[in-house]
Design a protein around this ligand. Structure first.
Ligand code: MN
Length: 194
């Protein structure tokens, strides 16, 4: 049974260099994410979630089904938000207005988001999400958790599992997080916010 399939990356494996290397992309997408997809497909038969969407599974399941579905949802958002590096890469449009409203400025938001990622203990994800009124907030989630579990709409995420950066940055998680701002595709984030 192959209900879920490994997402196709919207860029070449070396397109994000030097921020994220081809080797990291190949392991992270081709090995780690692929394993979550294979694991979930193997767990689905007779689980009661055969017909469920990924988000439904993440909001209702427990145990291995939840963990693997959560990691698929998280990584689809993660890999889907990047583009080739550029200097002076900043948010635009309605999202920038909301960032300024809810955090004061893009720089203040960046500092808070970076700190949330740098201080998250162990494996997890830092998220920018919108609540039902469109208000923005930053949350830390451990392991495979996703803000949809709290009724939030996830917009932007940094993966702070070591597999996301160890080949390129070893223990220097903050350096990795600082570099990620160059490859955020803010048009994608704006589209998610709309
Ligand atoms: Mn990951």
């Amino acid at each position: 049974m192959e209900k879920f399939v490994l997402m196709t990356l919207p860029y070449e494996a070396d397109a994000l260099e030097p921020v994220i290397s081809r080797a990291t992309i190949c392991f992270h997408h081709g090995k780690h994410l692929a394993a979550y997809v294979n694991n979930l497909n193997a767990l689905l038969p007779d689980s009661g979630f055969e017909e469920a969407t990924l988000e439904e599974i993440v909001c209702k399941a427990t145990g291995g089904i939840l963990n693997n579905a959560g990691q698929i949802l998280n990584h689809e958002l993660y890999f889907g938000q990047f583009t080739a590096p550029k200097e002076g890469n900043v948010p635009l449009g309605r999202l920038l207005v909301a960032i300024n409203r809810d955090f004061g400025s893009f720089e203040t938001f960046k500092e808070a988001f970076h700190k949330a990622g740098a201080t998250l203990f162990g494996s997890g994800w830092v998220w920018l999400s919108a609540d039902k009124d469109g208000r923005l907030l930053i949350t830390q989630e451990t392991n495979a958790a996703n803000p949809v579990q709290h009724g939030l709409k996830p917009l932007l995420t940094f993966d702070v599992w070591e597999h996301a950066y160890y080949l390129d940055y070893q223990n220097r998680r903050p350096d990795h997080l600082a570099a990620l701002w160059k490859i955020i595709d803010w048009e994608v984030i704006n589209w998610r916010y709309a």
